[in-house]
Write a protein that binds this ligand. Structure first.
Ligand code: ARG
Ligand code: ASP
Length: 695
C-alpha cells in the first residue's frame, strides 16, 4: 500500500514535471529546447534568441530598469503593465486631468506624452566572459581583493567589447559569481505615453485582489519608443520618429486553453533559490515579520487619509501601491513557506547533500559549508533585522526621515570637499522636490507617530512643527548658499538634530557590520553553488534572477491550494460583474464596461464559449521585474501580459513549488477589447498584427 502511494506520487510528479527555472536566452539549445517541445512549443532556440537574424528577443525591452515591455507594432508601440507605467500616468494627472480615474488615450502621435527619465533597454548580444572576468582571481586573495580585480577586469572588457557608438554594455554575475556574462545593449530614452485604461480597469480589485487568484485586472498601459532619423536611441526631441525594431510580436486572437504552452520572456529582478534552510528561516521568522509590521502601521494611516480626501488619494496613490505591494507579498511568502513545509524539506535536502559530500570524499572542500552558514546567519540575525528596519523608516515609509537621510549624505559629502558637496546637494534638492510634489505633512506626521516607536524608544512628536523640511520653500532656503552656511542652518533644524544620531548609527555601526557579514555569506554561497553542481551534477541549475533577460516556460494550468479547492485557470468578464461594488474604490466598474457586458458586444475578442476572457494562470516561474513580460504561445505570438503571481505561490523567489506556484497574466484579447471597444482607439489596433494560429 505504501509503495503504491509512492508510485502514484511519482507518476503525478512525472506528469506535472514542471520544475521552474529562469533560463539564459542564449543557452537554450539542448535541454531547454527539448523540454519546451515536450510542453508543446513549436519554437526553436534560435527563434527565441539569435544574433544574426531577428528573433523574439529583439521585441523585449527592459522597462525603466524594473519591469518588462514588448514591441507590438512596426511603429515602436509598446505594451507593459498599468502598474509599471503608473508613476508616468500619475505624473501627467491632476485633479482637472485625472488620467488615473478616467484613463488616457492619445488619438494620434501628436497627443502622445513624453516622460523625462523613462527608458527602455534592449539586449543586442549576450556573451560568456567568465574566464576574462576571473583572470588572476585566486583563492589566496581576500574577498575585497577579488572584487576589485573583478571590477578592473570588467571595466577592460566593457571598454574593448565590440559594439556600435550608440550601444552600451554591462557585465553581470551568474550562479553567485561562478559565471559572468556580457550584455551589449541599446537604451532608448524618448518614450511617450500612448494609452492607459482607467484605474478601475487597470487596477481592478486593487490591494484586496493583489497577489490573489481569481483575478480580473486589466493591468496594461501603452507607450511608444521614439528614435532618431537613423532609428538609433536619442534623447527626447520633437524631431524623433517612431522606432522600428527588428522584431515585433504578432498577437493571437485565438487565445489559450488549459495545457497550452506558454513562454514568458522578460527581466526578472531577484530570486534566491539556493539559500540554506537557516537563511529561509531568518527571512520568514525574523525579517519578514518586522518589515510587515512597519508597513502595516503605515498603511493603516495612509489608507484612512486617502479614503477621506480626494487630493490625498491622487497624491499618495503611487507611494501607497509601492508600500502595500511588498507588504502583502511577504505575508503570502511566509504562508507559503510554512504551508509547504519548505524549511524542513530544505533541511532534509541538506542532510542528503552532506552525505554525498562525505561519500564522494569532498569533505575537505565542502564538509563545513552548512555549519558555516549556521554560524554566520546566527551572527547576522540582529544586524540584518536592524538594517531592514532602518530601510523601512528612512527609505520607504516616512518621508521626513527620507529627507533627513538625504541631507545627512550631503553633509557627509562635504568632508570630500565643495565639489562633492555641490553634486550631492543637487541630488538632494531633486529628491526633496520629488517628495514635495506629492506631500502631505499631516499624513507624514501620522506615519511617523505610528512607526517611529517601533524603531526606537526615542520619539519626538514635536519635530514636525519645528522643521523647515515639511515646506518646500523653507527646505530649499536652507539648502541655498555656501556649504558651511548650509550646514550651519541645517544643524539647527530640529528634525535634523533628531534624525542625525540614527543615521550616524546606521552608517557607523549597522551598515559596516551588515556588509562585513554579508560579504562572508556571499562568498560561502558562491562555494555552495559550486558544490551543489559538483556533488549533485544531475539536478537542473538555473541562475538566480539578476535583472537580466530570461526565458521561463510552462503551461496554462489551474491549481489546488487547499483541501477540496481547485482553481480554474481562466477568468471572464462575468467575474468582474460578480465582484462589482458600486462606488467602491476597489471594485467599481465603469458604466461603459457594464454596457458592453450587457450587450455581449465582444466582437472578435470573445472566447469560443462566447465569453470575454480576462486573466489566466500558468506554470511559468516569474518574479518581480517580470511584470509586463509577454506570454508567448507555441508559435511565437503574444497571448498574454504577465503581471502577478498567486498568493500561495509568492514564495517562489526562494522555493518554487510546481504544485502551487502560478503566474498571472492578462489575456491579450481583453487588452485589445479595452483598446478597441471601450476606448475606441481603433488606430492602435490597426497598427498591430492580429493572427489566428489555431486556424
Ligand atoms: N503584485 C504585482 C507585482 O508585484 C502587481 C502590483 C500592482 N498591483 C497592485 N494592486 N498594487 O508587481
Ligand atoms: N507584479 C510583479 C512585478 O511587478 C511580478 C511578480 O512579482 O510576480 O514585476
Amino acid at each position: 500500500m505504501k509503495f503504491l502511494k509512492f508510485l502514484l506520487l511519482f507518476i503525478t510528479l512525472q506528469l506535472t514535471a514542471q520544475q521552474g527555472g529562469m533560463w539564459i536566452p542564449s543557452l537554450l539549445e539542448g535541454m531547454n529546447e527539448q523540454e519546451m517541445i515536450s510542453l508543446g512549443s513549436k519554437l526553436s532556440a534560435k527563434d527565441i534568441y539569435d544574433v544574426n537574424q531577428s528573433s523574439l528577443k529583439d521585441a523585449i525591452g527592459h522597462f525603466n530598469g524594473g519591469c518588462t515591455s514588448e514591441v507590438i507594432s512596426p511603429n515602436g508601440l509598446i505594451l507593459t503593465n498599468h502598474h509599471c507605467g503608473f508613476s508616468q500616468i500619475q505624473s501627467h494627472s491632476s485633479e482637472e486631468n485625472d488620467y488615473i480615474t478616467n484613463g488616457f488615450w492619445a488619438m494620434n502621435y501628436g497627443e502622445e506624452l513624453p516622460n523625462e527619465g523613462l527608458f527602455i533597454e534592449f539586449i543586442v548580444r549576450i556573451e560568456d566572459v567568465t574566464s576574462q572576468v576571473l583572470q588572476g582571481v585566486t583563492e589566496q586573495l581576500s574577498e575585497k581583493e577579488k572584487q576589485s580585480l573583478i571590477d578592473k577586469n570588467s571595466a577592460v572588457i566593457n571598454k574593448t567589447a565590440s559594439k556600435e557608438d550608440w550601444q552600451g554594455s554591462k557585465i553581470k554575475a551568474f550562479y553567485k559569481g561562478n559565471q559572468y556574462f556580457l550584455f551589449v545593449t541599446e537604451r532608448f530614452e524618448d518614450i511617450r505615453l500612448v494609452g492607459a485604461p482607467p484605474v478601475s480597469i487597470g487596477k481592478f480589485g486593487s490591494d484586496t485582489d493583489n497577489w490573489v487568484w481569481p483575478r480580473h485586472t486589466g493591468d496594461f498601459s501603452m507607450f511608444r519608443i521614439y528614435a532618431d532619423k537613423n532609428n538609433h536611441p536619442a534623447k527626447y526631441s520633437k524631431d524623433n520618429v517612431p522606432y522600428q525594431s527588428k522584431h515585433y510580436l504578432p498577437i493571437s486572437l485565438d487565445g489559450i486553453s488549459e495545457n497550452d504552452f506558454t513562454l514568458v520572456f522578460g527581466f526578472p529582478g531577484r530570486t534566491n533559490e539556493y539559500l540554506p534552510a537557516v537563511a529561509i528561516e531568518q527571512i520568514t521568522q525574523k525579517v519578514n515579520p518586522s518589515r510587515i509590521a512597519f508597513r502595516e502601521a503605515t498603511l493603516n494611516v495612509m489608507d484612512e487619509a486617502m479614503k477621506n480626501d480626494n487630493k490625498t488619494r491622487i497624491q499618495y496613490a503611487s507611494k501607497q501601491a509601492r508600500i502595500a505591494n511588498s507588504w502583502k507579498k511577504w505575508i503570502g511568502e511566509n504562508l507559503g513557506i510554512e504551508k509547504s513545509d519548505a524549511i524542513a524539506k530544505k533541511r532534509a535536502f541538506e542532510a542528503k547533500f552532506q552525505n554525498l559530500v562525505k561519500e564522494k570524499g569532498l569533505e575537505d572542500s565542502y564538509g563545513n559549508l552548512l555549519s558555516d552558514f549556521e554560524k554566520l546567519y546566527l551572527e547576522f540575525e540582529s544586524v540584518n533585522v536592524k538594517r531592514n528596519n532602518f530601510i523601512e523608516v528612512f527609505l520607504v515609509n516616512n518621508e521626513l526621515m527620507q529627507m533627513m537621510l538625504r541631507v545627512y549624505q550631503m553633509e557627509n559629502a562635504n568632508k570630500k570637499g565643495e565639489v562633492a558637496f555641490n553634486k550631492t546637494r543637487e541630488g538632494t534638492i531633486a529628491r526633496i522636490q520629488g517628495i514635495h510634489k506629492n506631500y502631505n505633512a499631516t499624513l507624514d506626521k501620522s506615519v511617523y507617530n505610528a512607526i517611529m516607536p517601533m524603531y526606537s524608544s526615542n520619539v519626538d512628536v514635536s519635530i514636525y512643527n519645528k522643521t523647515a523640511f515639511t515646506n518646500l520653500d523653507d527646505a530649499l532656503e536652507i539648502l541655498q548658499g555656501e556649504s558651511k552656511d548650509v550646514l550651519k542652518k541645517l544643524n539647527k533644524d530640529k528634525a535634523y538634530i533628531y534624525a542625525k544620531p540614527f543615521v550616524d548609527e546606521f552608517y557607523n555601526v549597522i551598515n559596516p557590520e551588515y556588509q562585513r557579514i554579508i560579504t562572508e555569506i556571499n562568498a560561502l554561497q558562491k562555494t555552495y553553488m559550486k558544490a551543489l553542481m559538483e556533488v549533485m551534477p544531475d539536478e537542473r541549475y538555473f541562475p538566480d534572477a539578476n535583472s537580466t533577460l530570461r526565458v521561463t516556460y510552462g503551461q496554462v494550468k489551474g491549481y489546488a491550494p487547499r483541501d477540496a479547492i481547485y482553481y480554474n485557470p481562466v477568468t471572464y468578464l462575468d467575474g468582474i460583474m460578480e465582484k462589482y461594488v458600486p462606488g467602491d474604490y476597489e471594485f467599481d466598474v465603469p458604466q461603459k464596461l457594464q454596457d458592453l457586458y450587457a450587450d455581449k458586444d465582444y466582437g472578435q475578442y470573445a472566447d469560443s464559449n462566447g465569453k470575454l476572457p480576462i486573466c489566466f494562470l500558468g506554470t511559468n516561474h516569474t518574479t518581480g521585474g517580470n511584470s509586463g513580460s509577454p506570454a508567448i504561445d507555441a508559435q511565437g505570438n503574444l497571448v498574454g501580459l504577465n503581471f502577478d503571481r498567486v498568493w500561495e505561490g509568492t514564495m517562489s523567489d526562494m522555493n518554487y513549488d510546481p504544485e502551487i506556484c502560478r503566474n498571472i497574466m492578462v489575456d491579450l484579447r481583453y487588452v485589445l477589447f479595452i483598446i478597441d471597444k471601450y476606448a475606441g482607439a481603433h488606430h492602435l489596433i490597426e497598427e498591430m498584427k492580429l493572427v489566428h494560429p489555431k486556424g
